[in-house]
Design a protein. Structure first.
Length: 341
């Protein structure tokens, strides 16, 4: 595709300049592509009612055309314009999680181009919890879709510089509101069937959903495995197990790879950053899955640029949910502390 000049506008995440929001909204209204922060990751916003704009989005991202897009709303009440009805369970979830990182899949009212819904009778919707995103949605005044602002197959971006690394020269503008607070995409929950199904694990856990509706949603067997996942261009060795055993094994591996002449990077938690030699990057705190999610891909990208191999401490699956899954998918090798090299 032809290269274009990508404008970058800086705003305060909590009190964004109304003039910049208005300019970004006007670009989207005219069919242009604008990336902006949400509470989860940066999204690439386009006018969902403009087929040419949606086609340009697919081209810019290299996204498969059959993949449905999620409609981003300014207020929950707008959902009634785009769906047939809102079942009682969905209404409870909306009250509990909107604005927030939960995407609900409902039966659509057929008011959007088929390429938005992937030709399906359903549509995904959410209300983001971020002043910049909400301001741009309001300023645009049109139905707006905003998938993650990255090339297909690359990690979702939690900072504007990551958006530019993937999409600079491919999109019209990036509204830079700093790092996104969550760093993991929204959970996608299908509420169209007799049972609830998580189509994509994300920032809201199955347990959090169950606490609201009294039912633990099911996952779709094999669905997450079908999704493309990113790995850094250098090896990432993930070490899992007891925290103290993990530290011992990471230190052993550091000595092993350093003896081979490799530049070794270590991905750890904030409270253990001084425990290791070499190039060490912190990624969140202990059992705080949200803090790990908020800095995971940024930390990996930094080590990818500075080292030859990454040694990453594992996080407990029971506390980290989708974060643990993304870390495992980024790994070229997963070993258990206590086993041999």
């Amino acid at each position: 595709m032809a290269r274009i000049k990508t404008a970058v506008w800086y705003v305060d995440a909590n009190s964004p300049d109304p003039g910049i929001l208005a300019e970004a909204g006007a670009l989207i209204r005219r069919g242009r592509l604008v990336a902006f922060p949400t509470e989860t990751v940066y999204g690439l916003g386009v006018n969902a009612s403009d087929p040419a704009a949606v086609a340009a989005l697919f081209e810019a991202k290299g996204r498969p055309a059959e993949k449905a897009l999620t409609l981003h709303l300014g207020v929950p009440e707008e959902a009634l314009h785009y769906v047939r009805d809102i079942p009682p369970l969905a209404a409870k979830l909306i009250e509990a999680f909107w604005p927030g990182p939960l995407t609900l899949v409902l039966f659509g009212a057929q008011r959007l181009p088929p390429m938005v819904t992937g030709g399906l009778p359903t549509i995904g919707l959410r209300v983001p919890a971020h002043p910049v995103a909400l301001g741009i949605i309001s300023a645009a005044g049109v139905p707006l879709v905003a998938p993650s602002a990255n090339l297909s197959g690359r990690p979702t971006p939690d900072a504007a510089e990551q958006v530019l690394a993937d999409l600079g020269g491919r999109i019209d503008a990036v509204v830079d509101g700093g790092r996104t607070p969550i760093g993991v995409a929204s959970t996608v929950l299908d509420v169209t069937g007799p049972g609830l199904r998580i189509l994509r694990p994300g920032a809201v856990s199955a347990e959090e959903i169950a606490a609201v509706i009294g039912v633990i949603p099911e996952g779709v067997p094999g669905e997450e495995a079908k999704r493309p996942h990113w790995r850094p261009e250098i090896p990432l060795v993930l070490v899992e197990g007891d925290p103290e055993a993990i530290m011992e094994r990471v230190q052993q591996l550091y000595d092993h790879y350093t003896a081979e002449g490799k530049r070794v990077g270590i991905l750890t938690r904030e409270e253990r950053i001084k425990e290791y030699p070499g190039i060490v990057v912190a990624c969140g705190r202990g059992h705080d899955a949200r803090s790990v999610a908020a800095s995971l891909y940024t930390a990996i990208r930094r080590l990818e640029a500075e080292t030859d191999i990454i040694l990453a401490e594992g996080v407990p699956a029971q506390s980290a949910g989708a974060v643990c899954e993304r870390l495992r998918r980024a790994a070229s090798q997963v070993i258990q502390a206590g086993n041999g090299l």
